[in-house]
Design a protein. Structure first.
Length: 186
């Protein structure tokens, strides 16, 4: 992980922990999760919102005004809205994607769930996804939710990341391994 990404993740995790604890004290984890889903979807769909949180050219005041207006229009829970305003004051809105990831991880841990990032060469069917989730649940001991993506460069197979563990059964990885073995021989 690059140093900048590590710093962003660290900042986001501190904000996420505070937001989570406040929502938990207020018995509003469900509201937080709904707001978080809305924010993530909007961030993914809106280039303007991504520009707002990433642009160093936009002033703190303008960023804060815009993010508060957006949060109010989206009816985000107060703790998330207020934190976004604080992050704008501190010029830290650029960590919002990391904040979303960190909050999702805290919410999943609360439910004794873990998210498995699965990358495959082609889209998995519903049956394949369910079977993989079932197998991973047995091995991990927690309920596993699959976050599936497609990367055709894998050629075939899967790359599964659960927490700090990674299983790479892709053909690309096998070809790379074979290539390295051939370099050692010749």
């Amino acid at each position: 992980m690059s140093e900048a990404a590590s710093i962003s993740t660290s900042i986001a995790e501190r904000y996420a922990t505070a937001i989570f604890e406040i929502a938990q004290e207020n018995d509003n984890l469900a509201g937080l999760e709904a707001s978080l889903t809305d924010l993530a979807t909007t961030l993914e769909d809106s280039a303007e919102l991504r520009n707002l949180i990433e642009s160093p050219v936009i002033s703190r005041t303008d960023q804060k005004g815009a993010i508060v207006a957006i949060a109010e229009k989206m009816k985000l829970v107060p703790v998330l809205r207020d934190t976004l305003a604080l992050m704008a004051d501190k010029r830290r809105l650029y960590v919002v994607p990391h904040l979303i990831t960190a909050l999702r991880a805290l919410l999943a841990a609360q439910r004794n769930e873990v998210v498995a990032d699965v990358t495959s060469a082609k889209a998995l069917t519903k049956a394949q996804t369910e079977k993989l989730a079932s197998t991973l649940t047995k091995n991990v001991g927690k309920t596993v939710t699959i976050n599936a993506t497609v990367d055709e460069s894998l050629i075939g197979g899967l790359v599964v990341k659960v927490g700090s563990k990674m299983i790479d059964t892709s053909i690309r990885a096998r070809l790379n391994s074979l290539q390295n073995a051939m370099k050692e021989v010749g």
